[in-house]
Ligand binder design. Structure first.
Ligand code: ATP
Length: 268
């Protein structure tokens, strides 16, 4: 399925997600597509890492990306904010080729969170102030309180040394730091794989809240099919650099690609 042919049903599903009333009610922007990805291909030493990826990521949805190790999930995610530079005219954000967008501007609009949060020197407040400061904007304490509240941390965290946080707390501060830039899109690469179940649930609840209350578009790579089924509206299954299925998470068991079936069998 190199060119993702035969995905008509999935495209219909994506349109249905997009048409969802709740999605229309949130945020100020008109509904539609956040990312359009057209024939996104990457090869290394003649091996296809991404192979003719064609997919639209609708606004205000959580899209889960799953697939076997080495199938290209992180590479795909990194292409969306140019941590890996995609070929021009393959990834469009709000209709604009991302290669034509200033890279710092793009990364403010498309924030990213990794598996392990990296805290900068200084306090939690210093970390959260960092991004806006680069744009010459100084966040007030009350703006930082609001961001901390959004990630369910109380105001006592403001002056804590960031390096003394637990991994779960640090991941939430990393999320607040990303949100301080006011992104439209969040990319998450296995954001909870280093966290305990309660911290994991906190982050999952937060992502759903950010989609519903802030109208954000979220793309999350996860090794946990259960996690994707809990929070995603739509899921892409990547195998050998190809999208072989785009389905509603509760229909994953109906995947038809042999590698997809094998992956789902061993993952559930
Ligand atoms: N910079 C690079 N240069 C060459 N090959 C790379 C590079 N980055 C990744 N790869 C290769 O591309 C393939 C896809 O890697 P990627 O990290 O995107 O997979 P993944 O699905 O995220 O894997 P995992 O689930 O193990 O994190 C792998 O075979 C990897 O070795």
């Amino acid at each position: 399925m190199g060119s993702n042919s035969g995905l008509d049903e999935a495209e219909e599903h994506l349109l249905a997600v997009e048409e969802n009333d709740q999605i229309h009610q949130n945020g100020n922007k008109s509904s539609g597509v956040t990312f359009e990805i057209r024939d996104l291909t990457k090869t290394s030493d003649e091996i296809a890492i991404l192979s003719k990826i064609n997919v639209d990521i609708p606004r205000r949805v959580i899209m889960g990306i799953i697939g076997p190790s080495g199938s290209g999930k992180s590479t795909f995610l990194r292409a969306l904010n140019r941590l890996w530079e995609p070929p021009s005219s393959t990834v469009f954000l709000d209709g604009e080729d991302i290669c034509d967008i200033d890279v710092l501007q793009l990364r403010r609009r498309v924030g990213m969170l990794f598996q392990l949060p990296v805290m900068f020197e200084g306090t939690v407040a210093d970390n959260i102030r960092y991004g806006p400061q680069l744009q010459g904007k100084k966040l007030s304490d009350s703006e930082i309180y609001d961001l901390l509240a959004l990630v369910d941390l109380d105001s006592n965290f403001l002056n804590k040394p960031a390096r003394e946080l637990s991994t779960g707390q640090a991941q939430r501060v990393a999320l607040a730091r990303t949100l301080a830039n006011g992104p439209e899109v969040l990319l998450l690469d296995e954001p909870t794989s280093a966290l305990d179940p309660i911290s994991t649930q906190n982050i999952e609840d937060l992502l759903v809240k950010l989609k519903k209350e802030k109208g954000m578009t979220i793309v999350i790579v996860s090794h946990s099919i259960q996690q994707i089924q809990r929070i995603a509206d739509v899921v892409c299954l990547l195998v050998n650099g190809e999208i072989v299925e785009i389905v509603k998470p509760d229909l994953l068991s109906e995947a038809k690609h042999p590698m997809a079936i094998r992956f789902l069998e061993v993952s559930s």
